[in-house]
Ligand binder design. Sequence first.
Ligand SMILES: [Zn+2]
Length: 352
Amino acid sequence: MIDGGEAIRKLALNVARYTGLAPLARPFVGGIGAILMLHRVTATPEKPDSVNRHLNISPNFLDAMIADMKAGGYAFVSMDEAIERIKAGGKGGRFATITADDAYRDNLTEALPVLEKHGAPITIYVAPGLIDGTADLWWDVVEDIVNASDSLTLATSNGPVLIACKTPARKHQAIARLHTYFTTEVREEDLRTVLRELASANGIDVDASRRRTLMNWDEIRTIAAHPLVTIGAHTINHSNLKRLSEAGARHEIGAVKDMLGAELGAEPRHFAYPYGYASAAGCREVGFARDAGYASAVTTRHGVLRAEHAGFPHALPRLSVNGRYQSLAHIRTMLSGVTTPLANAGKMVVTI
Ligand SMILES: [Zn+2]
């Protein structure tokens, strides 16, 4: 879900600087295709000024982006076909496949009509725990807690810490502090309990954001039955796998297949690592995804696809369609491949 803010800001600067260069650079850095990453697609976000607004694009922008890419020669294909095309070294022309993480309801109500218009397939990665409420959209809840409070008390290993969050600037700092707290200080296994204690101490209903924004199982079954839709797995509890034991991580990656199979009648063939950045998915997790029998697994590392990815189907990079930069120029620049080495210390083939 969360993109590194710093990386995105740097990327944006680079994009601005290199936009004019992108068409010239394509022969050297361009790839065979791209996996696009979405989260929410809505024209009416509940919190338009949210710190998480990078996770939302408008349906109109999705429409314009697909049309622009088609005009530029991209074929929109399913994840199964994308994997076949990668294995074939990109023969058949440039392609794109769309993915969306976390199963937001607007994928059904606002994105699907746009995808139908273009015949563009989508893979939606589902974490059953987020749907059942055994895991939480904690980044959303954190924002609600901070917005509702003038100050917070965090339980840390050094004792209670008071966090001021009265002014907009303090709220911004408090959200950043809570992100660090929940991703590095609280044990992954304790995240839900600690979040719920903090939420109830500040009068926030943790389940409200899930019910408001995520699909329920009936809606997931509906969208799963659509011919353009593939359901992929996203662990059981949206876990940061690197922070779990081997047994814990293997369970999150493997048992989710059975859970989704029981709910939807078919086991998922594709997987997305929650968070997908370096501190959440590495070589160990790639091995676990391969061992679990998935045909592919995607990260949130930034990059276009290249023929070399035939050897790394469980460490595929994506291009985040970022809500803060809903511009076709930005998309074209990323697709040119020029931002791939810029965002990855010069690497052209981005894996783990
Ligand atoms: Zn996610």
